[in-house]
Design a binder for this molecule. Structure first.
Ligand SMILES: Cc1cc2nc3c(=O)[nH]c(=O)nc-3n(C[C@H](O)[C@H](O)[C@H](O)COP(=O)(O)O)c2cc1C
Length: 451
């Protein structure tokens, strides 16, 4: 295949959902069953990702267990008990050298000062490899752990997120890069002129600053964003340097790509300073038959209670129990006034409407990779797909979401990465020192630089 973007290479992230991205992955005998709290498991995953040359590993997060039907939850254990991601990434930093370390910290139930401090610290600890995934929580039960009786409404979540991200970035500029003189002879540890208070007073936050962490190696940790609604896109165009998004069809991915990059100009930003990295759940086999068998096995492990629960969760908690699994999604789902995240909600309704999928077919499509695109095939088939999306300007890279862990990651690194490298689509060694270098993102100047 002739390369359309010969001077560029794919960016790759590895998304580690504890036992794997398939909702039934923990039932597969090859998955690490206690993954969520098994540190050795994450060390192995990080080292494998680094062996493959991945730009980054990513950990999702919520600040509550999922709520739902107990019969379903006991069969859907991912994210019920697991490590706090920044703590885990700090430990991973010590056993890796190149891999970017990216985690979610929600803007809905955090304070900007805490978030700024933690990610700046991780950037220092890792020598410039930290990234913050900015999300607005879609998990309602988080509200009940933070003194609230109801979740923020969707618009309010994003309103808060915009200001939150501004404050965090402002705090990251607290110290100039050369602020620390550390000169015993003149008893000057730092130059007070190079320390800046933020003095932010906004609608949601009042933050004096400065941050009690020095400017970190990347200038600022890299900002990721993972909501694709209208307001989510605006936040991304304004603030994000990489975007995670579920995309299933190349033409729609191309529209999303062009739309997002097209919005950046009004914020004074250049389109190449944001990398679009849709999720991809590859099920790899040495033959097509082997890959299909692996996928069919995982799909057969989805318990209907879990399938319904996963759908309900993304459909504004609409209770689908009691409906015919082989019948259509009830019309009432679309008519409810939901406060759910919009991206998954619209995706599921779109499949139900356009392809007339039954409830069972919907949960098999959605629950398998929780809304992300699955490609089942040999390494060369998977690389054909990745290349077509890259050459067609639908993506700058992918967030790889292995169906099972560690097996699915091993397959990707051992089978798919060499094929990508053979075609010149992916690096054979790390060139950069920092996550920014590897992603091809500029180091931001401090807002106090001109002065
Ligand atoms: C790859 C990916 C990772 C995500 N990670 C998280 C996460 O860790 N925590 C979270 O609350 N939401 C996560 N989300 C979901 C959304 O970012 C978030 O819930 C947002 O509120 C959805 O808003 P929307 O209405 O713009 O879709 C993720 C989404 C994607 C595509």
């Amino acid at each position: 295949m002739i390369r359309q973007r010969p001077r560029e290479q794919l960016k790759l992230g590895a998304f580690f959902h504890p036992t794997g991205h398939h909702v039934a992955s923990w039932l597969d005998e090859t998955a690490q069953i206690d993954a969520g709290t098994n540190f050795r498991h994450y060390v192995e995953l990080a080292r494998t990702a680094e062996r493959g040359g991945f730009d980054l590993m990513f950990l999702a997060d919520a600040v509550a267990v999922r709520d739902g039907q107990p019969e379903a939850l006991r069969r859907w254990p991912q994210y019920m008990a697991y490590f706090e991601p920044l703590t885990l990434l700090s430990a991973i930093a010590a056993v890796t050298e190149h891999l970017g370390l990216v985690a979610t910290a929600t803007t809905s139930y955090n304070e900007p000062y805490n978030v700024a401090r933690k990610f700046a610290s991780l950037d220092l600890i890792s020598g410039g490899r930290a990234g913050w995934n900015v999300v607005t929580s879609s998990n309602e039960s988080e509200a009940f752990n933070f003194g609230r009786e109801a979740h923020f409404e969707h618009g309010a979540r994003y309103d808060r997120a915009v200001e939150f991200a501004d404050v965090v970035r402002g705090l990251w500029d607290s110290w100039d890069e050369d602020a620390f003189i550390r000169d015993r002879s003149i008893q000057m540890y730092y130059d007070p002129a190079k320390l800046h208070e933020l003095n932010h007073k906004g609608k949601h936050f009042t933050v004096k600053g400065p941050l009690n962490v020095a400017r970190s190696p990347q200038g600022q940790p890299v900002i990721f964003q993972a909501g694709s609604s209208e307001v989510g896109r605006e936040l991304a165009a304004r603030t994000a340097e990489a975007v995670f998004t579920p995309q299933h069809v190349l033409t729609e991915a191309q529209d999303f790509y062009a739309d997002l990059k097209g919005r950046m100009g009004k914020f004074g930003r250049r389109s190449e300073h944001l990398k679009v990295m849709p999720g991809l759940n590859p099920v790899v086999g040495r033959t097509l038959a082997e890959a299909r068998d692996k996928h069919a096995h995982l799909q057969s492990l989805i318990h209907p209670d879990v399938g319904i629960e996963v759908l309900s969760y993304s459909l504004g908690k609409f209770d689908l129990r009691g409906y015919d699994l082989d019948g259509p999604l009830p019309d009432a789902v679309a008519q409810q006034n939901t406060n759910a995240g919009q991206t998954s909600f619209k995706q599921i309704l779109g499949w139900a409407r356009d392809e007339k999928l039954t409830i069972r077919q919907l949960y098999q499509r959605f629950a398998g990779a929780r809304g992300q695109r699955t490609v089942v095939g040999t390494a060369s088939m998977i690389v054909d797909e990745m290349q077509a999306w890259f050459d067609g300007y639908g993506v700058d890279g992918f967030l790889i979401q292995p169906a099972t862990l560690p097996g699915g990651l091993n397959d990707f690194v051992d089978l798919v990465i060499p094929e990508l490298q053979d075609r010149g689509l992916f690096r054979t060694e790390y060139q950069g020192q920092t996550l920014r270098d590897n992603l091809g993102l500029p180091k931001p100047l401090s807002r106090h630089h001109a002065r």
